[in-house]
Write a protein that binds this ligand. Sequence first.
Ligand code: VGL
Ligand code: ZN
Length: 198
Amino acid sequence: MKTALVIIDVQNDFCFGGPLAVPDADAVIPVINDLIGGFHHVFLTQDWHPRGHVSFVSSHPGHVPFSRVTLPAGEQVLWPDHCVENTPGAEFHSALKIPFGSPVVRKGTRRDIDSYSAFLENDRKTPIGLDDLLREVGVGGIVVAGLATDFCVLHTALDARSLGYDVTVVEAACRGIDTGGSLAAAWKQMADVGVRRA
Ligand code: VGL
Ligand code: ZN
């Protein structure tokens, strides 16, 4: 079986000094750079939001960062504004050694819906594109690394399992946001569906 490395959202806004900096995020970069050499297929995801995105706390006057609201697609955490399309904060961290030509899947690109998974938007039905890209090259398993463990890594791993992929999440190559107990809950959810933790 062919296995691909999927690098989730290693973007400036999630790294040191960013508006949604994940604690110790930059520590994943050397670990991921070491992993990259072992894979023929490397895919990346890029959180890529229009200004005024529904997940931004600035779009919900009177709310504070990390509070939750209910949207048509379900519960939404309100994040500090981050990864606005075509801004430096949305760029991949410059220390990440991206193999030339690696496909990039952008997510969260529509103003009215957020997207944590690289497979399906948060409405749980609109495909984002990673499944087609993996199938095209005959990949049956993925190794997942990046940011953040309890959001985009989690939902990408869960959807991959639903779609029948073998999934391994490399703990040392991921960091979590951990809001309201979300990090421990994420590992539990992943274990429950057979995601391997390496
Ligand atoms: C993410 C919060 C908001 C992530 C993206 O990449 O995990 N988290 N947007
Ligand atoms: Zn986002």
